[in-house]
Ligand binder design. Structure first.
Ligand code: TRP
Length: 335
């Protein structure tokens, strides 16, 4: 708790360009949640270097992501929007938690198994202990809730285990976080393979709508979206997964229901439907893109957000860190 509000922590990596899926499925929800919770939204750049990054590119993307958080409607006066690497407590707590996490637990993480097979030439220790850094992120702020996608649930479970293990030894030090499972939180699938989630790391650029795609690109990608040979706009997950995805995207962008959408396009062809879906996405992203362009011109404002919020995060996280350091037996600081 901070004041009378529960604490929420979440973060995104600045690798790859964010997609429509990230926006409709996560970022938009974050904005709603910021009404209710005391929120910490981090750009988790320390996680990113577990795979090789081009330094200039990482820096550029990190800033773009932080700007996007604000453009999406997160108020940097109310939410703490900051770079993970600017707050030293993340690394410090991660070290301590490493000593309370078992090799066996980390070996079972499916993301580690995936990533180490993808990056077989660089299976570094950071990739292995990545979930411990994530646990440190969350536990540092005594977060009550963590909105995460299903792919991060295993890491959140581990975070809970580590917190409970630590608490069992040292007393109630950490808040044990709960996952926040969004209400509807649109799950957006790839435009090229509707059985796969739309992903910023997809190799096929036609599979994903990136938040900064221009209108022509968006329209072209929807024209090429994979559908089926049924030929009617209906919500049938088994026979028409591609159409279902397009319906969900349309609903998320227009606020209409599935039934309304199916009714709207009854008797109409896929070509016309795809055009309408594309247009709804263009309109949805337009204000976001305009806001990003406006913020990018205001360097001083973004810089002040970066500075002030890092200080706030440092202050809040230090309280937890000092407590933990004391519990494990580090000598007191002499002032
Ligand atoms: N691992 C998360 C991802 O790749 C990002 C992340 C890092 C995170 N630390 C976090 C998410 C803490 C929620 C809470 O998506």
């Amino acid at each position: 708790m901070i004041g009378d509000r529960k604490v929420l922590f979440s973060g995104m990596q600045a690798t790859g360009n964010l997609t429509l899926g990230n926006y409709l499925g996560a970022l938009q929800n974050w904005v709603n949640l910021s009404e209710e919770y005391e929120c910490f939204y981090s750009v988790v750049d320390m996680h990113s270097i577990t795979v090789r990054q081009d330094p200039a590119e990482l820096r550029r993307r990190a800033r773009a992501l932080l700007t996007l958080y604000i453009a999406a409607g997160l108020d940097p006066e109310k939410c703490c929007i900051y770079y993970q690497s600017h707050v030293s407590g993340h690394a410090e707590l991660a070290w301590i938690l490493n000593c309370f996490t078992y090799m066996g637990e980390l070996s079972r993480m499916t993301q580690f198994k995936d990533k180490s097979s993808k990056h077989a030439d660089n299976i570094n220790a950071g990739l292995f202990t990545y979930p411990v850094l994530m646990a440190a992120d969350i536990l540092l702020y005594q977060a009550d809730v963590v909105p995460v996608g299903i792919d991060q649930m295993q890491h959140l479970e581990l975070t809970r285990d580590i917190a409970q293990r630590f608490n069992a030894i040292y007393g109630d030090v950490f808040t044990v976080p709960e996952p926040y499972i969004g209400k509807v939180g649109a799950k957006i699938m790839s435009l090229q393979d509707p059985m796969k989630k739309m992903s910023k790391s997809d190799e096929n650029p036609n599979a994903s709508i990136y938040l900064m795609d221009d209108p022509d690109t968006i329209m072209r990608k929807f024209k090429r979206a994979v559908t089926d040979s049924e030929g009617s706009v209906a919500y049938d997950e088994e026979k028409q997964p591609g159409i279902c995805n397009l319906i969900d995207i349309y609903c998320a962008c227009t606020g209409n229901s599935r039934d309304e959408t199916v009714a709207e396009f009854s008797g109409k062809g896929y070509g016309e439907f795809k055009t309408k879906v594309g247009e709804s996405v263009v309109e949805k992203l337009r204000p976001l893109q305009e806001k990003v362009a406006e913020l990018e011109k205001n360097k001083d404002f973004i810089d002040s957000v970066i500075k002030n919020n890092a200080e706030k995060a440092q202050y809040v996280s230090n309280k937890t860190l000092r407590k933990v350091q004391k519990k494990v037996g580090f000598p007191e600081r002499i002032r």
